[in-house]
Write a protein that binds this ligand. Structure first.
Ligand code: ADP
Length: 336
């Protein structure tokens, strides 16, 4: 019998990001920024969730391109492969085995209540079984590495709750002695938990309302022009706390600048057009150095692939140890 592969009390950071489109500033403030900060402190596993992306994306070339672009984006933003693991979800195919086991433990009614699933269907996305089972694959993603801390945006709160339930259910059904899976906690930074998109809904690759981290030039101007505002005339005072442009501006502006713009809103004589121009300048400046690093990384795809290979090797080792124990506990007989 193998022993428990996870050390109780260890903090293990686990999180993922879909490669269904270019990564956007909601992904950055809600998740990637915390991922990069936490890599300094704890062992961490970050993956590009290409299996999940398949629930909405069926173009092989695009999926491959977005997956590599996500890796380049992480590295450009400061991910350090010496400190932490970055890999592609499908490089750990064992996940699918754990997902099946978890599917057999999960009531359909729990998945039917998932708000993210219901929202996507309400927005007109066709529901396939993959979209429905999304939270179970996510539970496998977290638990297979013994994740204890999951840095995410607020939209993932309920999914992490499903992961916690899944771990508890498995431990209760199959672990008579020591529980196998730690019960993970979501790590959500409230001030950036929901970054709005240009239409005021949550910014998301699924809603075509994003501003890409590395958008620039006409593309960036076009997206910023689309940000929805009310029709208060230029000369009148405006409420910064209900305005989408200000909600984005305050993510990028240093405190002093942010207060200055807030006062200009309240005073009047400062239009949404001015605020949009300021936002464009701030975004370009904020990601300026990362944009340079990105250009360099794009010219060195072999290096990026090496980082992903090394991350996947570590992730597979950890996943293998977990699955050996899972098979023993669940009575799956393997003869290889
Ligand atoms: P998307 O909805 O764009 O496909 P993902 O599902 O790939 O985003 O989410 C990756 C991470 O980014 C998750 O932790 C998610 O909570 C976070 N995130 C996504 N959109 C936002 C947002 N608008 N505000 C804050 N965090 C977000």
């Amino acid at each position: 019998m193998s022993t428990n592969p996870f050390n109780p009390g260890d903090t293990v950071v686990v999180s993922g990001i879909q490669s269904s489109g270019a990564l956007h500033i909601g992904n950055y403030f809600g998740a990637i920024r915390q991922h990069i900060a936490l890599q300094q402190e704890h062992p961490s596993y970050y993956f590009i969730v290409n299996y999940h992306a398949m629930t909405t994306l069926r173009d092989a070339e695009l999926l491959r391109a977005h997956t590599l672009d996500a890796a380049v984006t992480y590295l450009a933003l400061g991910f350090d492969p010496k400190k932490s693991n970055l890999f592609v979800q499908s490089d750990v195919p064992l996940l699918n085995e754990l997902t099946w086991i978890f599917c057999c433990l999960t009531p359909v009614s729990q998945l039917e209540k998932a708000t993210s699933y219901k929202d996507k269907v309400a927005q007109g996305l066709k529901a396939n079984c993959g979209l429905f089972n999304y939270p179970i694959l996510q539970a496998s993603d977290i638990l297979i590495y013994g994740g204890t801390l999951v840095p995410v945006g607020a939209d993932q709160k309920q999914h992490i709750e499903i992961t916690r339930n899944t771990a508890q259910r498995f431990n209760k059904v199959y672990c008579l002695g020591e529980p196998l899976f730690p019960i993970p906690d979501a790590y959500i930074v409230e001030s950036v938990a929901v970054v709005p998109g240009v239409d005021g809904r949550k910014m998301s690759k699924s809603y075509a309302n994003t501003i890409g981290i590395f958008d620039e030039g006409r593309e960036l101007s076009r997206r910023i022009r689309r940000i929805v505002t009310d029709s208060t005339p230029l000369e009148e005072p405006k409420n910064p706390d209900t305005d989408n442009v200000f909600a984005l501006l305050k993510l990028f502006a240093p405190d002093e600048k942010r207060d200055e713009i807030r006062e200009a809103y309240l005073r009047g004589g400062y239009g949404y057009g001015h605020a949009k121009q300021e936002l464009e300048r701030l975004i370009l400046d904020y990601f300026g150095e990362a944009r340079e690093r990105r250009r360099d990384l794009l010219a060195h795809e072999d290096y990026v692939l090496d980082v992903l290979r090394q991350g996947a090797r570590h992730a597979r080792e950890r996943a293998n140890t977990c699955m050996e124990r899972v098979r023993e506990l669940t009575g799956l007989v393997t003869t290889y």
